[in-house]
Unconditional design. Structure first.
Lengths: 504, 147
């Protein structure tokens, strides 16, 4: 078998493939997250990565720019989205759609799916027309829906919620696969079913169509595409040398009309086929010797080795830093001690009246699982009086952990309010999570919700009920303080009524 | 698919058929599970739709299709059509001088870079950076499709 047709010559990774793998690993360096079933909570998540990578993936160490944009737009009624817009502008101007071609894990996944040996659907007028769909999704789901709901004070990241396959695959499914998260299966309903079906259909499309999601649906690609012409880095066409032979367009798997246009992901496939060398991969004025050719044939060997050595050192550093942090995390609160033992709360004291609470009832055991009795705590209600759990004995209690920046949390407040109004013998307390992005009291003052609210300043209540990073989280207690329900996810009026009737 | 041997075409088409079948089976399993769960929830609002038992029952039904697809995939990879003419560019790019970018475009780019820098600084100052962190380190169950 000669070199041209040998297995290795056909499957040798190109420079682009190596960069794709590298960036996918760099974005998802917290590999420990898959083993723990928990997402990374380090400060690096304040920084957006350039490509589409769900920040709810257990391994993600950076923020998804599209998710961050939608959340920033959703919060724009209270705070202009300067940071995310600035970051997207910076990425778009510096890299443009080079990000899609070289630094997007979803792009890599789609290309690998397309490698399955099945018949392929070729590009044409229909696929070209479908490329406009992603601009519609950008405007409608990623911008208009969050903006519309922003003025109704409910943060709704439309694309994440209704379409994003990265969120379903990297976030929901990756988390649910962990044995510790089996209890989260209770959250799943129509939303997951719909998104799962969308994921399957997109996956199917990607097998038969090159980068189907990227070409037709990705709003982030649409956004970067708008800045393609201005991008510093990318494949550029020298018009003076172009003979309009069309070789570049024919070899391109994307729906380009011209090299470097809004659909061009700068993969570099066209560079080698141009008979007049009119196409170059450029960084500003400098010409780079990169294209979609096998890695060992591009560039000068010394420089290439140095570049990859530095890149691998950076990756190794990131992997060590996020998987083996120098400072260990504080031990989580024990929530399953027996009867007369004390319930400890983490943090330094502030809102609770004591760090430990003595319990008087011998059984059931103290804990946050259904059937256990929740440990006592005291928090200050917004607007005055304190709320002490032990004082609610004889009442049906609903504790809801929420946040102003969490769409489903805000959406279910009216349900809780109506329940509280129709059941005077029930205590309903909405506790804002410790992570606060805006003045909660001011936010509440703008609305007219009559619920009792408190702020879990140091995370005491969240720790006590065993709430994870998932919001909203609701705990329902019977009249003896025994936990009936303790789950993250949205609740319904029917669910509350059901538990209320059981407790009665 | 033209230009391939009959056997190669056949394996590719079998894989195609099974891929579509697997997709249909997965969608059916999810929809069936939800419809069943919805019916149960009408009598018991606290019922779990995607209970481990229900998921395992549907997975058991999809598994044969998945295994058949897997076998077809291996067969297609081994005996199916392969890219007989892999894309390996024949010509190398010579280090020619790049065509200068129009001055107007350069100024626009510089202006936008400056605007991006200003926006990022303003965003850090107005708490936008912290907002991104808060949302990224917490899971919004609805946003990832959990519900």
């Amino acid at each position: 078998m000669d070199k041209q047709t040998s297995w290795w010559s056909r499957h040798r990774p190109t420079t682009r493939r190596l960069v794709q793998l590298y960036t996918a690993l760099l974005y998802n360096a917290h590999l420990k997250g898959f083993a723990e079933g928990e997402i990374y909570t380090g400060k690096s998540k304040a920084l957006c990565v350039p490509g589409l990578n769900c920040y709810s993936c257990p391994a993600a160490v950076g923020a998804c720019p599209l998710g961050a944009l939608q959340n920033a737009v959703a919060a724009s009624a209270s705070r202009p989205a300067f940071y995310v817009v600035g970051v997207l502008l910076l990425f778009g101007l510096a890299l443009g759609r080079v990000i899609c071609g070289w630094a997007c894990p979803m792009g890599l996944l789609q290309e690998l799916l397309h490698k399955l040996p099945t018949p392929k659907i070729k590009k044409g007028r229909i696929t070209r027309a479908l490329t406009w769909l992603k601009y519609v999704l950008l405007v409608v789901l990623a911008l208009a829906v969050p903006l519309y709901y922003a003025f109704r004070r409910v943060p709704v990241p439309g694309f994440c919620k209704y379409v994003c396959p990265a969120g379903t695959l990297e976030g929901a499914i990756a988390l649910l696969l962990h044995p510790d998260n089996q209890s989260k299966l209770g959250l799943l309903g129509i939303l997951f079913t719909r998104k799962f079906v969308i994921l399957v259909l997109i996956t199917l499309a990607c097998i038969f169509l090159y980068r189907a999601f990227c070409r037709f649906l990705c709003p982030l690609g649409a956004l970067y595409g708008l800045m393609s012409r201005l991008a510093l880095l990318g494949v550029k066409l020298d018009q003076s040398r172009c003979t309009d032979c069309g070789a570049c367009q024919r070899v391109c798997p994307m729906d380009i009309r011209k090299v470097g246009d809004r659909e061009c992901i700068s993969c570099g496939k066209c560079i080698g086929v141009c008979p007049t060398s009119a196409i170059q991969f450029r960084a500003g004025k400098a010409v780079l010797h990169v294209s979609d050719v096998p890695a060992e044939k591009t560039g000068k060997r010394g420089r290439r080795v140095l570049t990859w050595t530095l890149a691998l050192l950076v990756l190794a550093g990131v992997l060590i830093a996020v998987n083996f942090p120098a400072s260990a995390k504080p031990e989580p609160v024990s929530t399953s001690q027996t009867g007369n033992e004390t319930v400890q709360t983490t943090g330094e004291e502030p809102q609770t009246t004591g760090e430990t609470q003595q319990t008087t009832n011998a059984a059931p055991a103290i804990g946050s699982e259904p059937g256990q009795r929740l440990g006592d705590f005291t928090v200050e209600r917004i607007g005055g009086a304190s709320f002490t759990l032990s004082e609610q004995r004889g009442r049906f209690v609903v504790l809801n952990i929420w946040a102003t920046w969490c769409g489903p949390c805000v959406a279910e407040l009216p349900i809780l309010e109506e329940f509280a109004n129709t059941h005077p013998d029930a205590s309903v307390l909405a506790v804002h999570a410790s992570l606060i992005t805006e003045d909660v009291e001011q936010w509440l003052a703008q609305g007219s919700c009559s619920l009792d609210f408190a702020i879990d300043q140091d995370g005491t209540v969240s720790n006590l009920v065993g709430a994870s990073t998932m919001l909203p989280h609701t705990v329902i207690l019977d009249r003896n303080g025994t936990v009936l329900y303790n789950c993250p996810g949205s609740i319904t009026a029917a669910l509350l009524e059901d538990f209320y009737s059981r407790a009665s | 698919m033209s230009g391939y041997k009959k056997g190669q075409r056949l394996t590719a088409w079998i894989l195609t058929g099974l891929t579509v079948l697997l997709a249909i089976a997965l969608c059916w399993a999810a929809l069936d599970l939800w419809l069943e769960g919805r019916a149960i929830r009408q009598t018991n609002p606290a019922a779990v739709i995607y209970s481990p038992e229900a998921v395992h029952a549907r997975a058991g039904k999809v598994l044969p299709v998945f295994l058949a697809w897997l076998v077809a995939l291996v067969a297609a990879l081994c005996f199916g059509p392969r890219n007989a003419k892999p894309f390996h560019p024949r010509t190398r790019v010579s280090a020619q001088a790049a065509v200068p970018t129009p001055r107007r475009l350069q100024w626009l780019r510089i202006g936008l870079f400056a605007a991006a820098a200003v926006l990022i600084v303003l965003g850090v100052l107005n708490g936008g950076l912290r907002d991104v962190l808060v949302k990224a380190v917490n899971l919004c169950t609805e946003c990832i499709g959990l519900g």
